[in-house]
Write a protein that binds this ligand. Structure first.
Ligand SMILES: Nc1ncnc2c1ncn2[C@@H]1O[C@H](COP(=O)(O)OP(=O)(O)OP(=O)(O)O)[C@@H](O)[C@H]1O
Length: 797
């Protein structure tokens, strides 16, 4: 079997050699060794992206590229020659056609034909070889049997995936990437994969929201697992031993920690999608799900665990076997790392980190661990890599210098809390020559998101939110609130107004949280009202608009909130509702983004009278129903407590009081009914402006002639309505602003506003200082009065 494998490898080597051309780029690619395909870069200054080059720190070695034939995996990875051939084919096509027509007896053309048939034969042979190789590899590798059985050639445009070649990913990973349709790696993936997967480096990665950071750490993990398995299988194959027991070690190889449950579940799904063709188990361990159920999942001994700190620590501290066998860990990953160090929320994370074996100790030095690790093969005993990622990793210049000077301390037992990414990384065992890959721009805002604001009073925020959702509600929208009270208020008002919204906050049951997310995902124009629990990492396609109903407490959270839109190649916009009390906060946000202009979101005020009418009704309905349900809740609380101590409750109200109460109740329910009827009549017809906006129509690409016709229709409809609101002609649909989504409205009519950052921060400073002065004056006067009183008392005595 081993012989067959070696002979097929020889064939592949010959084949590769025969493909060589004089192309310098191809020569360069071919000369790159499998395990250090990183494009060499000069070290750059502190602020820019820099990759540290250096010796490969992984022990155990890798398979060389020549030892792997993509065809074994039912996939043709594009090769540079192919790429060039395809690339040039369009230009040459015409020429060839001419040649064929004019020189059918020409020797060159015949040669061409024969070379074509040779290529065809070669291709056939390659596919035959591939099938044979696959049979050999089937027993030699630990990849999923399902995949190995079907050698279907995937038909896709090879040149489209050419950009991945440089990253030298395993063909089975490439197959999954192709399936996902990711034509090229994102910049953060391009930068991280060579460093983490091929150079075995620790990485601190920062790149804007939605830029593909999950795969930037996910692919290196899977790549390394695959390489180790194949290496182990080859070693064992050579020795002629049984292979199956090396297929999956059942050891914990990678621990990924994320700050929220939803994010941990999402990362799990993302990794599963890319590990589709390999037998790697990825398991989420998050709170809100029965711990026993998760313990059962861990019994399957997944190689990759993605979890939140709380539940992970709960299981680890109770001695869960799979999770405490940390000697086998090859990757320790912190996603959204800066969130982990905030508010002292993550004591558990500190405990988990303290449990990691003293970093990067090889098996020889860790004999005790090695003894308990009976199934781990020598190729798997490598150094642990630490990967730390976020869109807002705020690294101090000092820390970068420390990394460059290679002066990071080895993990020391310490009682310090993890209050910065620096300490967190150091304590997790980050090695001195870690690669810092910082692709964020100075403003840390994602470049593709159009940021805007609406100035209004606190009271008018509801009206403006309703305006955005109804007039520009195309695509999914997330509305962010800072407090749960505000979330409850706005979601209740919107529901009364007939707007279907889902809510997400930390006080909800996990099942309800997941359900809300699912429902939101399902609806093309879904609306989610959420607290900052949804601010980080959530990747839901089609979110076109993010509304900041209340401003967050920090610039980082603002960036993450806005980053729920315009992900991957999509576009989107963010709208902040700014009341007078938000102005100084907004100014300091602008300052931290070094942004001196923001766009004012365009409003069509002619909608407002109708919106305010509806809103007023909705608020009255909300008030009555709240009062009602509060009374009911109080009564049932009273009854429950009374019955728990065997008390019989009696009504001590006089008859008159009882009658009055009854009357009030009846009146209130009648009022409620009337309000509801009036509101439902209003919302049964589309919200319409009294005028017609040319700017929106132009923004939507409507020609002047069509604009004129639409305007005429609108006029007609409005005049019809005066006579008979629900007449036949009332069914005529007027195309207005509500056909333009928020982003297009902003692009076509947004107004660039200069944010006078200095001025407003100056105003803020003045306000603070005058507040302080007033307080001091008050204290002085109080002291004076007290002194006077004392003096009078003394005089009396
Ligand atoms: N190479 C790629 N080509 C196209 N899309 C990609 C690629 N890599 C990842 N994506 C997609 O981009 C989206 C965003 O990826 P991901 O969630 O990893 O972003 P992120 O940088 O972690 O964002 P955040 O900072 O908000 O957490 C996902 O839908 C993912 O499937």
């Amino acid at each position: 079997m081993a012989e067959a494998a070696t002979s097929s490898m020889r064939k592949i080597k010959r084949k590769n050699r025969s493909l060589k051309t004089q192309d310098p780029e191809l020569d360069r690619l071919e000369s790159l060794p499998w395990n250090s395909s990183l494009p060499q870069q000069d070290e750059q200054d502190d602020s820019s992206f820099s990759l540290f080059t250096g010796s490969n720190e992984l022990e155990g070695g890798f398979l060389s590229l020549e030892e792997i034939d993509e065809a074994d995996y039912g996939l043709n990875i594009p090769d540079p020659e192919n790429h060039d051939r395809k690339h040039n084919s369009k230009q040459n096509k015409k020429l060839n056609e001419q040649k064929q027509n004019s020189t059918c007896s020409d020797g060159e053309t015949v040669n061409d034909e024969s070379s074509k048939s040779k290529v065809k034969k070669k291709k056939k042979k390659k596919s035959k070889d591939a099938k044979e190789n696959q049979k050999v590899q089937h027993s030699n590798t630990a990849v999923d049997a399902d995949v190995k059985d079907g050698v279907e050639e995937e038909s896709f445009d090879e040149t489209e995936y050419y950009a991945w070649n440089e990253l030298r990913l395993h063909p089975l990973l490439m197959k999954a990437i192709h399936k996902l349709g990711f034509k090229e790696p994102t910049p953060i993936q391009k930068a991280c994969i060579p460093a983490a997967a091929h150079q075995g480096k620790d990485v601190i990665g920062a790149a804007e929201t939605g830029s593909g950071k999950t795969l930037a750490f996910g692919l290196p993990i899977l790549q390394r697992l695959l390489e180790e398995r194949e290496k182990a299988a080859n070693v064992v194959g050579e020795k002629g031993e049984e292979v199956e027991k090396y297929a999956s070690t059942g050891l914990l190889r990678s621990l990924i920690i994320a700050p929220t449950r939803e994010l941990a579940l999402q990362v799990t799904d993302h990794l599963k999608a890319v590990a589709k063709y390999i037998n790697v188990r990825v398991t989420p361990i998050v709170g809100g799900i029965l711990a026993e159920k998760q313990e059962r999942l861990l019994k399957a001994r997944p190689e990759i665990v993605v979890g939140t700190p709380g539940r992970l620590w709960e299981l680890m501290s109770s001695g869960e076997k799979h999770l405490v066998e940390l000697h086998s860990l090859s990757f320790f990953v912190l996603d959204e790392a800066d969130r982990m160090v905030q508010n002292g929320h993550f004591k558990e994370l500190q405990s988990i980190i303290d449990m990691l074996p003293m970093s990067n100790i090889s098996s020889e030095n860790n004999s005790q661990d090695a003894q308990s690790c009976v199934t781990v093969s020598s190729v798997q005993r490598k150094k642990r890599q630490t990967l730390v990622f976020s869109a807002t990793v705020a690294l101090s210049a000092d820390f970068r210098k420390k990394l460059k000077r290679s002066s990071i301390q080895k993990k020391q037992p310490s009682t310090d809390s993890l209050d910065s990414i620096e300490t967190l990384s150091e304590r997790a065992g980050m090695r001195p020559n870690a690669a810092i890959i910082d692709l964020t721009n100075p403003s840390i805002l994602a470049a593709k998101i159009e940021e805007s604001f609406i100035e209004c009073t606190e009271d008018d925020k509801d009206a403006h939110l309703y305006y955005i959702l109804t007039v520009h509600g195309q695509g999914r929208t997330i509305v962010f609130c800072t407090s749960i009270a505000a979330l409850r208020h706005i979601s209740s008002i919107l529901r009364i107004l007939g707007v279907n919204v889902w809510t997400l906050h930390a006080q909800m049951q996990q099942r309800a949280r997941l359900k809300a997310m699912d429902r939101f995902r399902e609806k093309e124009n879904g609306i989610l009202v959420a607290t900052d629990v949804a601010a980080r990492g959530l990747d839901i396609p089609g979110i076109k608009t993010v509304v900041h109903y209340q401003l967050p407490h920090s610039a980082e959270v603002y960036v993450h909130r806005s980053g729920r839109t315009a992900r991957a190649s999509a576009e989107g916009c963010s709208i902040a509702l700014i009341s007078p009390k938000d102005t100084s906060k907004f100014a300091s946000l602008c300052k931290s983004f070094s942004k001196d202009t923001f766009q004012r979101f365009p409003l069509e005020n002619s909608y407002m009278p109708e919106i305010l009418k509806r809103l007023s009704l909705a608020r009255q309905i909300d008030k009555i129903t709240r009062k009602d349900s509060q009374e009911k809740a109080e009564q049932s609380w009273f009854d429950r407590n009374a019955s728990s101590v065997d008390l019989v409750t009696e009504n001590y109200d006089s008859e008159e009081e009882q009658v009055n109460k009854h009357r009030q109740k009846k009146a209130s329910s009648k009022k409620l009914k009337n309000l509801q009827t009036e509101l439902s009549m209003l919302i049964s017809r589309p919200l319409q402006s009294k005028t017609f906006s040319h700017r929106y129509l132009a923004g939507a690409g409507v020609t002047p002639l069509v604009q004129e016709q639409l305007q005429e229709l609108a006029r007609q409809k409005l005049s019809d309505r005066k006579g008979a609101v629900f007449g036949k002609k009332g069914k005529l649909v007027v195309i207005g602003q509500d056909c333009v989504d928020a982003l297009h409205a902003l692009r076509s009519a947004g107004e660039e506003v200069r944010m006078d950052i200095k001025d407003s921060t100056g105003r803020q400073r003045n306000a603070v200082s005058s507040k302080r002065k007033r307080k001091e004056e008050k204290t002085r006067l109080r002291d004076q009065r007290k002194k006077k009183k004392r003096d009078v008392n003394q005089d009396d005595e």
